[in-house]
Design a protein. Structure first.
Length: 408
């Protein structure tokens, strides 16, 4: 009996030590930044968990430990790796510090329309087709996958669905080479079209070429670059991040609002007239952290009026902040609450936020589709952008650090 109790105590001790270890690792991971941005010539003071120290330096990046963290300053731009230790002895991790020139952005909040051209034809799914002979075929099955991009058919570039169909008809029932892109890999396949019951050659594959939608412009830089959405443009059916061949930014007018309810995401209903006079910029990059491009020179002053300093993640505090967004009557300033800061976030969910502004709650119910990209302001600095809404609670959602967007 004593032996069994001893084994039980040892087992429970092992569990306690394991849980303590996991909690300690999580504590350090959440409390110690993996990376930091600093500005040339500005003293930076950062809080750290108890017992954590940095390796001090008096070189280009001057680092000094303080009672509750550390301070650093540099008079040159550059990237540095600083060892982080527990009680000055045990190495915990290395912190990456990037020193940059002081930067200002003009937060926008204006609605914009985005039209993007995909680099190839996006495969949505494959399907069975009935042949002229009455049999069932699936030429694309087990060859093409959802998320693939068809680049060439029989050595001919096929940028549009119309062009692909033309080339398929030319091929007839001959097996031809097809070049696709799957992730970052280019793959060569061979596909044989089937003469369908309607007399048209088909490959039993659903594809999509271009897409468009509305969002909110986050910022404009002094040299006319812009960032928007805070997340990437993905295909609505497959969830695949669209690989762009190019795109355009257009003026958009908000026509109405579908109010967000629990389980029913709301939406800003916008009108985008894709004529030359309404084009305000060009899109050149689509990433998981936002959509980026260049604003036309004539529109830089229109969309980039009031420049604010960039607020880095170590400056962000829980509590009151504001978002700029346009609900149809011009850009308004609305109060939110930052409830959680995910210090080492590298994705587009860096902050958990709650809408507290009664006017915004009355008009939209909280965060709705189309508000993605709405800039977040705290203490006179632009610190991030709205990215997601919680489907079950439209008053809550996520925001991205502005420095994560600027890293693209």
């Amino acid at each position: 009996m004593k032996k069994k109790l001893r084994m039980l105590y040892i087992f429970l001790l092992i569990i306690d030590v394991t849980v303590l270890g996991v909690m300690t690792v999580r504590y350090f991971d959440e409390g110690i930044p993996d990376s930091l941005l600093a500005v040339v010539g500005e003293m930076e003071t950062v809080e750290l968990p108890f017992g954590i120290e940095l390796e001090e330096s008096k070189a280009v990046l001057k680092v000094s430990n303080e009672s509750s963290g550390f301070s650093m300053v540099s008079d040159k731009t550059g990237s540095y790796h600083i060892p982080v230790k527990l009680f000055g002895v045990f190495h915990v991790k290395d912190m990456d510090v990037k020193v940059i020139q002081k930067m200002k952005l003009a937060p926008s909040g204006e609605p914009i329309g985005i039209y993007v051209e995909t680099n190839g034809l996006l495969v949505l799914d494959t399907a069975e087709i009935e042949g002229k002979d009455g049999l069932i075929y699936a030429p694309g099955k087990n060859l093409l996958k959802s998320g693939d991009y068809i680049l060439k058919w029989n050595n001919t570039v096929v940028p549009t669905i119309q062009k692909l169909n033309q080339e398929i008809q030319k091929s007839g029932d001959k097996k031809v080479p097809v070049i696709i892109r799957r992730g970052k890999e280019r793959i060569k396949l061979a596909i044989r079209p089937v003469l369908a019951s309607d007399g048209i050659y088909k490959i039993g594959t659903w594809v999509r070429e271009d897409t468009q939608g509305i969002g909110t412009l986050t910022y404009v830089t002094e040299d006319g670059k812009f960032g928007t959405l805070g997340h990437g443009i993905t295909d609505v059916d497959t969830g695949t991040l669209l690989n762009l061949n190019g795109g355009e930014l257009y003026r958009t007018k908000i026509m109405g609002i579908t109010k967000g309810l629990s389980g029913e995401p709301g939406e800003l209903q916008g009108y985008m007239n894709m004529v030359a006079d309404n084009q305000i910029g060009e899109v050149y990059k689509n990433t998981t952290l936002g959509v980026f491009g260049t604003m036309n020179k004539e529109q830089v002053k229109e969309y980039g009026k009031n420049f604010l300093p960039v607020g880095r993640k170590q400056e962000i505090k829980k509590g009151k902040a504001y978002i700029y967004t346009n609900l149809g009557n011009g850009v308004g300033t609305y109060e939110i609450e930052i409830e959680k800061i995910i210090l080492n976030s590298k994705d587009n969910k860096s902050m958990e936020i709650c809408v507290t502004d009664q006017q915004l709650l009355k008009q939209s119910g909280g965060i709705v589709q189309g508000m993605s990209g709405s800039p977040i302001i705290q203490n006179g600095k632009i610190i991030g952008a709205i990215t997601h809404v919680l489907v079950d609670d439209p008053t809550r959602g996520y925001g991205i650090f502005i420095e994560n967007m600027l890293s693209q």
